[in-house]
Design a protein around this ligand. Structure first.
Ligand SMILES: [Zn+2]
Length: 251
């Protein structure tokens, strides 16, 4: 079940809607008569209406049909650099690169996206359609199996079931888009007990993804960050749109 989709409007709300729209119409008509400039183009009328419906400080901003944002944490940002390779490549640089790309992809679909730091103060009680924290794994050679990604869902609050759905969507779509293997066996307490899970509002579905290993998946993470970002964005859209899982990658 998806908590985001609003239930169908009850019948009696039609009357209220009629009264509301009539009232709004009268108010707008008065405003129009009072303030109508001599050169009122259709574009400026549209812009005025947009401003009435969605006022933005400092001017007209992007208009989103969604009430809640999507939160993307660029893992370690504002705190430390995470895993480090011998030549100085950091996990932080990979996480930030992909986080910015995910934000752009979701904004193109009309979503409001907050790019958050690891210990961002906004995480406390954060209300969102979904919160996803992006990380990458160790840059030391572990063994030849240390390649691929893994996802953990928040088990906290009333959104635990939705968080599972979010994690399943991320797993399914990230595997499909990137071709990387899912590594559920190596999910650690660091992931299931991830600090933000208990910081955000208990209504906020949340998950964390380790998008690959910096050592064996380095080429993919550095040369195909666009694909990694598309995989994460696909997973979030799968969740917000209640899309079915596809193929055999479902957990
Ligand atoms: Zn990390």
């Amino acid at each position: 079940m998806n908590p985001i989709r609003p239930a169908a409007a009850p019948r009696r709300s039609r009357t209220r809607f009629y009264l509301w729209t009539t009232g709004l119409g009268a108010a707008l008509a008065t405003a129009f008569i009072t303030f109508a400039p001599s050169t009122l183009s259709p574009d400026s009328i549209r812009a005025s209406f947009a401003g009435v419906i969605n006022p933005t400080p400092g001017g007209l901003g992007p208009i989103s049909p969604f009430k809640l944002p999507i939160g993307i944490v660029a893992g370690h940002s504002g705190n430390d650099v995470g895993a480090v390779c011998d030549d100085g490549l950091t996990e932080l640089s990979i996480n930030e690169d992909i986080a910015v790309r995910v934000k752009t992809l979701l904004e193109r679909q009309g979503y409001i996206v907050d790019l958050l730091e690891e210990y961002d103060p906004r995480l406390n009680g954060y209300k969102a359609m979904a919160l996803v924290s992006l990380h990458t794994d160790s840059c030391h050679f572990i063994d030849n199996n240390a390649t691929g990604f893994k996802v953990a869902a928040s088990q906290a609050g009333t959104s635990a079931e939705a968080s599972q759905t979010l994690a399943a969507c991320l797993t399914n779509r990230y595997a499909a888009r990137t071709g990387l293997n899912n590594h559920p066996g190596s999910v650690t307490w660091d992931m299931t007990g991830y600090h933000s899970f208990s910081e955000v509002s208990e209504e906020t579905p949340a998950a964390i993804i380790e998008m690959g290993f910096l050592y064996l998946d380095r080429n993919f993470l550095t040369q195909h960050a666009d694909l990694a970002a598309q995989g994460v964005a696909d997973g979030i859209l799968c969740f917000t749109r209640s899309e079915p899982l596809t193929g055999t990658a479902a957990p």
